[in-house]
Design a protein around this ligand. Structure first.
Ligand code: SF4
Length: 103
């Protein structure tokens, strides 16, 4: 993890007041999925996730995970964490594909 704030300014959500509400959407709403899709193409996703986990951010989507997912992630051993991140990424990609196909 980069301990500077560089990852924040490189993040897809940086500086967008409009996106703030999306990143704090209710569980599994369109906004919740939208935030996750934005995160999963963000170059800062790893740093953002590690920041949110290490500072125990209580709300919102950070690093492609909601607070429950981050809590679960924090309890895992590192090998399992890698798989869990991939599972979530696949879940988001599947949602994005289905959404695209549904037009
Ligand atoms: S991973 Fe998501 S919340 Fe974190 S900086 Fe990127 S877009 Fe923003």
């Amino acid at each position: 993890m980069r301990w500077s704030d560089e990852w924040r300014t490189e993040g897809n959500c940086f500086g967008s007041v409009k996106l703030n509400t999306v990143f704090f959407s209710d569980l599994k709403t369109e906004g919740w999925w939208q935030a996750k899709m934005i995160c999963h193409v963000c170059r800062s996703i790893s740093d953002c996730r590690e920041y949110a986990v290490s500072t125990k951010q209580p709300e919102g989507i950070w690093g492609g995970m909601d607070s429950k997912e981050r809590e679960k992630y924090a309890r895992m051993k590192s090998e399992r964490q890698v798989k869990y991140v991939k599972e979530i990424a696949l879940h988001v990609a599947t949602y994005a594909n289905n959404r695209e196909n549904d037009g």
